[in-house]
Design a protein around this ligand. Structure first.
Ligand code: NI
Length: 160
């Protein structure tokens, strides 16, 4: 197991832009393996390399159906919207309701450089968007739903 330290809260690296991966070497494979170990150990459903202090465009996601490794990921299609509660391993103990697309398609390379496409709906779409945001220095706190919508959602929960 290779556990790495998760950067949290005001750590300035979380605001930095990650660099495109060009070498699909042993070092990258170790990083990805360590990221998966770190994500599972922290009971998260996604992790970006910047969160363990490495400014490379690499994310891992597991929303319950196995780990997906995405290198140089890009959202190529987004549709619909969803308002759900989101948290982040880098902002422990906090959560907020965000606005995200309901469906996304992502293209990314695997650990050997081969291009693949993935579709995400619901939770998986949120996870893809959240982790890809990290690669450009964005946190979910910048994607919070408007106050009006949050009020509506809270009312619906109370009257259920
Ligand atoms: Ni996060």
């Amino acid at each position: 197991m290779g556990l790495r330290n998760i950067r949290v809260n005001d750590d300035p690296i979380l605001k930095k832009k990650s660099r495109t991966v060009e070498s699909f070497d042993e070092r990258l494979h170790t990083l990805i393996d360590d990221m998966k170990d770190t994500m599972y150990n922290a009971e998260g459903c996604g992790l970006a390399a910047v969160q363990v202090g490495v400014l490379k465009r690499v994310i891992v996601v597991d929303t319950g159906d196995g780990a997906i490794e995405l290198v140089n990921p890009e959202i190529i299609f987004a549709e619909g919207e969803q308002y759900e509660t989101e948290g982040c391993l880098s902002l422990p103990g906090k959560s907020g309701i965000t606005k995200r697309p309901m469906t996304v398609k992502v293209k990314a390379q695997d650990r050997n450089g081969k291009w693949c496409q993935y579709k995400g709906e619901g939770l998986k779409a949120r996870a893809f968007c959240h982790e890809i945001d990290h690669l450009d220095g964005h946190l979910y706190t910048e994607r919070l739903a408007p106050e009006e919508i949050i009020k509506q959602i809270k009312q619906e929960i109370e009257t259920d």
